[in-house]
Design a protein around this ligand. Structure first.
Ligand SMILES: [Zn+2]
Length: 72
């Protein structure tokens, strides 16, 4: 079995920028990519479109939140 990488989405940075900073980026990117709860239909279907903009794939409403996460 091969060893599974733990760098996740920050693997694109290779060995650059330092481990501590890459880990901070990883935790934020994990938060921003997970599904958020919709404030209108309260389903976990909200996806981040860009900084601060979120869209629900169920009721297709678009709204603003925080830059990386949405607290409904
Ligand atoms: Zn919705």
């Amino acid at each position: 079995m091969t060893k599974k990488s733990k760098v996740g989405s920050t693997g694109r940075y290779g060995a650059r920028y330092g481990l501590k900073i890459r880990r901070r980026v990883l935790s934020i990117e994990r938060l921003s990519r997970k599904k958020h709860k919709c404030p209108y239909c309260s389903r976990l279907r909200v996806k981040r479109l860009s900084s601060g903009i979120f869209e629900c794939s169920k009721c297709s409403s678009k709204f603003t939140g925080r830059a990386y996460t949405y607290d409904g």
